[in-house]
Design a protein around this ligand. Structure first.
Ligand SMILES: *[C@@H]1O[C@H](CO)[C@@H](O)[C@H](O)[C@H]1NC(C)=O
Ligand SMILES: *[C@@H]1O[C@H](CO)[C@@H](O)[C@H](O)[C@H]1NC(C)=O
Ligand SMILES: *[C@@H]1O[C@H](CO)[C@@H](O)[C@H](O)[C@H]1NC(C)=O
Ligand SMILES: *[C@@H]1O[C@H](CO)[C@@H](O)[C@H](O)[C@H]1NC(C)=O
Length: 589
């Protein structure tokens, strides 16, 4: 065995040696069955991903070239859209496959780059290209804006897209195509990083599009993107203003999601949930760096924190799903998004169950490469489920503890894949969810992200690793957390509204600064310039720059009765610059 950096395939061979030490016949059969399933399902999965990509994917006919359709399902639910997040996570998998040898994917990757460059210019309800529009979560598959109501903005999309494209740009640089990297790919990345540096410290919707707060997934994806983006800028001789300065601030903020032995996936919001959410496991696999130590600060897959969190999150589904009934501690269960989920009655998801497997495959790789496993007070409960008498301590690779942990964790991670197998139909098609009691596939059919999650999990299992993003140089947490520099605009609301004595005018609207539409907390306007011929009410309010908002004026009388302006809602937006001023001249209606 090689010491130090073990090549992926050697690591896998070594893992298999351990597992293969004269297994009983029954287990060998189960193993072969799983191997056969993985082989077949990998083919179905790559075909399933490609079928959902325009313009000529079998199930995405007519979509713009390079556009990833979330699912061909057009009703109940209608997923015939392209989400920036799903597309970026899917292309991350495709670009890694390309780098590891599947060169047939390159034209699709180039299509993705062009489509995203175009998409970044589409004005949408989150704003324009220079006013927050990159935070728009989803678009029509012909790259026009989706204008219906939605949980927006979502701030993970730009960071995830930057990560996918940095992988590609680095490959181009190493393969004699530096100018393509600099002229075609970098401009897209630069806009995404610019967005990330300016918005990481604002609330937005989480990856499940439900909670308007601070999401661990968004922050950890942002941290990774800023670190590798800054490095790529250097390589290409480009600027990445504030990337290097923002990354440690983001990392610092990420530490505050760690509470009571697990990651609280959504903070800065009173959401009434425990916060145990597969959000955090997906974060850990997204920011996995094969060259990293088991760093707690970046929640690496093998870190004590991420392992404790793996247990907390997976355990939260043990008792609530019928399909998990009777499965003992230490055996894999079906995993959903979060226990309080009610979407389609709240079910396990394929991508969540695959993520639970993937984190452990990544951890196995890290332990093998590091040549030791450390069991701490924090991670001991995770290990105890697998090896009840395991003590805290550091175990070198020749110890019996190391060998038994590796063996048990490998079986445990395979077991998550086996849970997915159990609920996968014979044709291998992967929907979004499977029923919590019957295990029947549910919600959107052929979900692209379900297929992509199967590919990445089983690639890690096979020893095919993602590439390093430079975690080792970016895991030092500053002693004091600094917020992003404030960047507000002064918006003056002028409205001509005739009132009688005792009546006052207020403004309310869709942002915190406008009291989130709450009339009781409306912002009062001033009438000191009011004359009968010019009944002017006015207020100057600081609103974050680059923000699109809706608002209305309201009138309150002496009894506190509220009169709203008539529809529609008014809309405003602040410019990109900090400390800009903006004037809104309205007439009461
Ligand atoms: C793009 O797709 C949307 C939604 O299907 C449709 O309403 C719109 O007309 C299309 N626009 C163009 C230019 O094709
Ligand atoms: C902004 O960053 C500070 C410092 O880390 C943190 O305390 C605060 O909660 C963050 N707010 C948001 C909305 O991200
Ligand atoms: C969610 O929060 C963001 C930023 O704080 C805000 O701009 C947006 O209007 C909020 N969305 C809704 C629907 O309240
Ligand atoms: C104005 O915004 C509020 C709050 O988001 C919403 O409930 C209402 O339907 C909007 N009114 C119109 C006419 O769109």
């Amino acid at each position: 065995m090689l010491r130090g950096l073990v090549s992926g395939l050697a690591a896998v061979a070594a893992l298999q040696d351990v597992v293969a030490a004269s297994p009983p016949l029954q287990r060998r059969n189960r193993c072969t069955e799983l191997e056969d399933f993985i082989k077949k399902q990998s083919k179905v999965s790559i075909d399933g991903v490609v079928a959902n990509i325009g313009p000529d994917g079998a199930k995405a006919k007519g979509a713009f070239p390079g556009v990833v359709v979330a699912s061909p399902s057009r009703s109940d639910p209608d997923y015939w859209y392209t989400w920036s997040r799903d597309a970026a996570l899917t292309y991350k998998v495709l670009i890694e496959r390309f780098i590891h040898g599947d060169k047939s994917l390159q034209s699709r990757i180039d299509d993705y780059v062009s489509a995203q460059a175009e998409l970044q210019g589409v004005t949408n309800p989150s704003g324009g290209p220079d006013s927050g529009g990159l935070g728009e979560p989803k678009f029509n598959v012909n790259l026009t804006a989706f204008t219906g109501s939605w949980g927006r903005p979502q701030r993970d999309g730009p960071a995830l897209r930057a990560t996918a494209l940095v992988l590609y740009a680095n490959w181009l640089v190493e393969h004699g195509a530096r100018s393509q990297a600099a002229d075609k790919v970098w401009p897209v990345i630069a806009k995404d990083l610019d967005y990330t540096t300016r918005f990481w410290n604002r609330t937005g919707y989480d990856l499940w599009e439900e909670i308007n707060g601070s999401s661990f997934f968004t922050l950890s994806a942002s941290h990774r993107a800023l670190v590798e983006g800054a490095a790529l800028a250097k390589t290409l001789g480009k600027d990445c203003p504030d990337c290097a300065a923002s990354a440690p601030k983001v990392l610092c903020f990420m530490q505050s999601f760690w509470v009571d032995g697990y990651i609280d996936s959504n903070i800065n919001i009173n959401d009434g949930r425990t916060g145990k959410d597969v959000n955090s496991i997906i974060s850990s696999i997204h920011t996995f760096d094969p060259k990293a130590d088991c760093t707690d600060a970046t929640f690496q897959p093998c870190s004590a924190r991420a392992l404790a969190n793996h247990k907390a999150v997976t355990d939260s589904f043990r008792t609530i799903y019928g399909v998990n009934k009777g499965i003992p501690q230490g055996k894999a269960v079906a995993v959903g998004r979060y226990a309080e989920d009610v979407y389609y009655n709240g079910n396990p998801w394929y991508l969540a169950t695959n993520a639970a497997a993937e984190q452990l495959y990544a951890a196995l790789y890290q332990w093998k490469r590091l040549g030791s496993i450390t069991v701490t007070d924090v991670s001991q409960p995770f290990f105890k489920d697998l090896i009840p008498d395991i003590q805290t301590g550091k175990y070198g690779k020749d110890s019996k503890e190391f060998k038994s942990i590796v063996k048990a964790v490998k079986l445990y991670s395979d077991d998550f894949i086996a849970v997915g197998k159990k609920y996968t139909p014979a044709d291998g098609s992967l929907a979004e969810q499977f029923d919590r009691d019957t295990g029947t596939p549910k919600s959107a059919v052929d979900l692209t992200w379900s297929y992509a999650s199967f590919l990445s999990a089983t690639e890690r299992r096979a020893g095919v690793m993602s590439l390093s993003w430079g975690e080792g140089g970016a895991n030092a947490v500053p002693p004091v957390c600094e917020p992003a520099p404030s960047c507000d605009s002064e918006v003056t609301f002028n409205v001509k509204a005739t009132t009688v004595p005792g009546e006052n005018i207020y403004v309310v609207g869709s942002v915190t600064e406008l009291s989130n539409w709450s009339p009781a907390n409306g912002i009062p306007l001033d009438a000191s310039k009011y004359t009968p011929s010019n009944p002017l009410w006015t207020a100057t309010i600081k609103i974050p720059s680059e923000t699109t908002f809706e608002y209305k004026y309201i009138k309150k009388n002496g009894n506190g009765d509220v009169t709203w302006e008539s529809d529609p809602n008014r809309s405003g937006k602040t410019p990109k610059e900090c400390q800009a001023t903006e004037m809104l001249d309205d007439v009461w209606r």
